[in-house]
Each structure stands twice: as structure tokens, then as C-alpha cells.
Design a protein around this ligand. Sequence first.
Ligand code: GUN
Length: 283
Amino acid sequence: MSAQRIEGKQISDAIRIEIGEETAKLAQRGIVPGLAVVLVGEDPASKVYVGSKEKACQQLGFYSEVHRLPASTTQEELLVIIDKLNNQSSINGILVQLPLPKHIEEKAVIDAISVAKDVDGFHPISVGNLTIGDESLLPCTPSGVIELIKRTGLEIAGKHAVVIGRSNIVGKPVAMLLLREHATVTICHSRTADMEAIAKTADILVVAIGKPKAIGRAFVKPGAIVIDVGINRLPDGKLAGDVDYDDVLDTAAYVTPVPGGVGPMTITMLMLNTLKAAKQANG
Ligand code: GUN
């Protein structure tokens, strides 16, 4: 039997309608969620992402500021801008687009963002709050993964979830969120021995390794939910996930496509975080 496609675009659209309704309610109280995006340099992919974030703000009626800075911007200059945004009441969320030019220390920049405005969820205090289960802004792609599973009507509690990949941006936080949802969680990575055998025990398999079509049916338990976080550009210009979608179709019960799976969720969760930060800032 062929797996059911998890339609990220449809789920994302449904959440955006909910965000639009909440935003309209806040507007009655004179509150407009505000997002500041900071882009340093000319990375083409980053420019596209930043443009999409700006557009999402316009569509939802958020206030947005995009600070496009030259690649020659110094760390000190960037920190001055972040400090200003931390203290600007019209801004509820601050996102510094990564990667940064090599002469700027990423950690120094992330640490400088006010935790209350940390809509990426990358600040060490946000990461700590996620780990101990306290209220915090959740990292966007990982929380998008959880929403995709839940809104497809699938249970997480009690399931064995295997996460392939241990990055700070996806692998580790998605594992922590699955744990919070009461899954039994295993994290696999490049040094894992016999990854296939472990992956094959997963009821929920989340893949975030940045290698096109690396995970095929040999890694998938019959009936598993497969969530593909990878977005890789192939030599022919097409996009491919980390999962070989066609190869796992007859084994998995549910699978996310690329594009159209996890991708559309990320910016939507960013908007949700900005809305949440605006509500918290206004009591
Ligand atoms: N670059 C690629 N993904 C992300 C993300 O989620 N947040 C930020 N700030 N930069 C990114």
C-alpha cells in the first residue's frame, strides 16, 4: 500500500488562518506583532528566505523591519543593531539570518538577542527552557515537525521516535520536543553503528542530515511515519529531501514530501512565535 503524503502546505495554510484571526483580535487592542529580520551579506538562499519572511509578515498584518547589511559589517556594528531592536517596543521578535559572514561569531550574536524576542529559539536560555520543559519560544523547524505529526491526527506518546541528525537547529531540539510529547527517543548520527537496524525500529522517523535521498526503505519500518527535514539542491536544480521519497512509499504509512512537507511549516511557526511574543509582551 502506498504511504499517505503529509501535506505541509495545507497544514501551514490552516495555521496561518488561525494566526490571522488572533492577529485581528490583538489589533482591536491596538497591538501589532512586530518582527525584525537581520541579513548580513549576500547569500542567495538567505536572501530568498528573508524575502519570504517579509512577505509572510505583510500577509498576516504584522509590522516588519528587514535590516539588510553589507558583508563588511563588523560584529560590533551588528551587536549595536541587536541592542537597539531589543529595546524597541514595536519589535516582538528578532531573527538574525544564518549563516553569518566568517568574521562574525555566531554565538556572540545569538547570545545578544533578548530571550523574550528570541523567535528562532536559538538562545542558550531558550534551549535550556525547552530542555527542562519551561515556557519558551520553540525553534521553528522542530516545532513545525511536531505540528505536522499532530495535525495529521497521529499519536506521539508511547511511540519510538528515531531522529537521524544531531544539529543544534534541528536534530537535538526535535528530539527534545518528541520527548516532551512522551515519545521514546533515539538520536542517530554519523558515528552511529548499524543505523539501519535502529531506524527500522522507529514508529516515527525524523531525518535531518542534509544528504539528498540518503534514507531509503532499508531504514524504514513498515507502517512508520517518516518526516523529512532535508532540503537539498540537486545538480539539475531540483529539490530533494534526505529521504528517497519514492523508495519509501510502499513501506511507510505517512511521509512528508520535499518540497511541500516540513518546509512550509518553518516560516509559519516563526509567525506563531512572533504572535506569542507579542501577546507575552502585552500581558
Ligand atoms: N538559516 C537557515 N535556517 C535558519 C533558521 O531557522 N533561522 C535562522 N536565523 N537562520 C537560518
